[in-house]
Design a protein around this ligand. Structure first.
Ligand code: DGJ
Length: 554
């Protein structure tokens, strides 16, 4: 029996470390989520979903993220109805899509609006968080044992049901536990239960975590701990000073969410993650104090607290609507936390961002929010990006964690120096990206910049770029590269900039199907500046280029 269970759990979707990367394994193979999340209310009705499914297929998604709410599966206490869950799984199966369910339980966007009526209306049994003046907030207190037990039971039964319904097909590949938790309207819960906890010493486990990880702690957390002289045995205020409220809430929210996840994993241990309503960034000045954004949520500066408190949560994910997309990815992608982006913008930028997230951070997946609002999928550049990336999936998986794959995106910010450089192209200086890969130095110029600068010199030149520059490059040999992307120019140079001439020997454009290359056009002449560059325009494309060099002097 133990063996059968073990085999069954090994077959279930799980995470596996490969070098520095973490991969999601589905049916024995690495799987990168090329996803989209529907609007909050769409998946509450199978009929409403009907016209949406074909659009998801035309967008070339392989996975859809669907909310499941507590109020709908347990409308009356103890009476569960999973018909909607089954219908959604079947709907996805018919379209060959995988599913990630979002558990809208005790909290969704920091409030408790998705709890069933029998929870919402019983404030005695399910007390609310309170602000500093003792006023009830619209969020159930994370110190409520009753709420924790009720939520954990519902989630556990949901996971049991998913296992029973889906154990052969593995349509459901991950679960999001709650949604953008944290407390709004006060930096800390002042409910009497919370006050009692706040006066107690900081738990030993958290102190042990801080000591064991002091070198890699998020800079903000390290700073507030250092300010107290790295105390280890007092209460929250003494150890974390002005940051105590947020750290305290993060610990308790994370413990709560961890218990819910643990209850679900006891039934069906597929990967589980939380998503963050972002707070201040270490790399970009942002207004906002805890309570103005959800206090205690898994914001970047609370990542360590969440890691220490929530061992059953596999991934802490950012919802990225902010402009500095690359900085946010860099903050969340850590050795102890693979990157997964469950929500981001669904406009043209998404078609570019996905290359960066996959190539630079080995992301588990990428998913624009409100995907069902894309009414004409064939006109959206994301569908082409997803098509290219899904054909390349076995190749990408092979190169994850090897250091032979790089990517870049122009998110319009200068958040990270390594993503931006200036290059002179003819008479203009343009923004771009550079790196060494294989035997050569790669210099990338962003086409939007190039067109804008070039227009000053020669009015009317070049095209408009709706989509930001982005690309993913793999060195399959020291002198051979797979290059995919959009709106950039790539040139190759010797690593020392001057010792030889470097040119393109040949370059083919084509497609990947299941990792197999199908060449189409051979590019040369005007299309490559006679062997001096690769030019990627508005339509995402993939090419393979071989490069060679020869000395300046005979
Ligand atoms: C973030 C939330 O997590 C989503 O469910 C949705 O409400 C979006 N915000 C709306 O932009």
């Amino acid at each position: 029996m133990a063996n059968i269970l073990e085999k069954f759990f090994n077959d279930a979707p799980h995470l596996r470390r490969v070098g520095n990367a973490m991969q999601l394994i589905v049916d024995g193979k690495p799987f990168i989520v090329l996803g989209g999340e529907v609007h909050n209310s769409s998946s509450s009705s199978l009929a409403y979903m009907e016209p949406i499914w074909p659009r998801l297929v035309s967008l070339n998604l392989n996975t859809v993220l669907l909310p499941i709410s507590w109020e709908l599966i347990e409308p009356e206490e103890g009476k569960f109805d999973f018909a909607l869950v089954d219908g959604l799984i079947e709907g996805a199966r018919r379209r060959d899509l995988k599913v990630i369910f979002l558990w809208f339980g005790t909290w969704k966007n920091a409030v408790s609006s998705y709890t069933p009526a029998w929870v919402k209306t019983d404030l005695k049994r399910f007390p609310r968080a309170q602000d500093e003046r003792g006023r009830n907030l619209n969020s159930i207190s994370c110190f409520s044992r009753n709420a924790l037990e009720a939520d954990s039971r519902a989630f556990r039964l949901l996971m049991r049901h998913i296992r029973e319904f889906d154990e052969k097909e593995h349509t459901v590949i991950m679960m999001q536990v709650e949604n953008e938790v944290g407390l709004l309207g006060s930096s800390r819960d002042h409910n009497p239960m919370a006050e009692e906890e706040f006066a107690k010493p900081v738990p030993e486990e958290l102190i042990e975590y801080l000591k064991a990880n002091e070198k890699s702690l998020n800079p903000y957390l390290r700073c507030i701990w250092e300010k107290s002289g790295r105390r280890t045995s007092e209460n929250w205020r003494e150890i974390f000073g002005f940051g105590a409220d947020e750290v305290f809430m993060a610990w308790h929210f994370a413990r709560y969410v961890d218990s819910v996840a643990a209850a679900g994993k006891a039934e069906y241990p597929i990967p589980m993650y939380v998503n963050a309503w972002l707070g201040p960034s270490a790399y970009k000045y942002e207004e906002g104090r805890p309570g103005e954004y959800p206090s205690g949520g898994p914001v970047a500066r609370m990542l360590d607290i969440w890691r220490a408190a929530a061992p059953h949560i596999d991934i802490i994910s950012p919802d990225i609507y902010r402009e500095d997309f690359t900085s946010v990815c860099c903050e969340y992608a850590r050795l102890d936390n693979p990157l997964f982006i469950p929500e981001t913008v669904r406009d043209e930028r998404s078609a570019a961002y996905v290359f960066y997230a996959i190539g630079q951070h080995d992301t588990i997946g990428f998913s624009p929010f409100g995907i069902d609002s894309i009414i004409e999928p064939e006109k959206h550049p994301l569908s082409e990006s997803y098509k290219i990336l899904s054909g390349m999936m076995p190749i990408i998986a092979k190169y994850q964690g090897t250091g032979q794959m790089v990517s870049f995106v122009d998110d319009g910010t200068y958040g990270y120096n390594h993503t931006i450089s200036f290059w002179r192209v003819g008479r203009v200086r343009v923004r771009g990206f550079s790196c060494e890969l294989g035997d050569y130095q790669l210099r990338i110029s962003f086409l939007r910049e190039l067109s804008e600068r070039a227009r000053v010199v020669s009015p009317g030149i070049l095209h408009e770029c709706r989509v930001p520059a982005a690309g993913l490059i793999i060195a399959v040999k020291n002198d051979e590269y797979i290059v995919a992307g959009i709106n950039f120019m790539l040139r190759f140079l010797p690593k020392d900039n001057f010792s030889s001439n470097v040119e393109i020997l040949w370059v083919d454009e084509g497609t990947f199907k299941n990792g197999l290359w199908i060449p189409e056009r051979r590019l040369n002449g005007d299309e490559t500046g006679h062997g001096t560059y690769l030019l990627f325009d508005e339509k995402p494309r993939v090419r393979i280029a071989k490069v060679y060099s020869y000395p300046h002097l005979p």
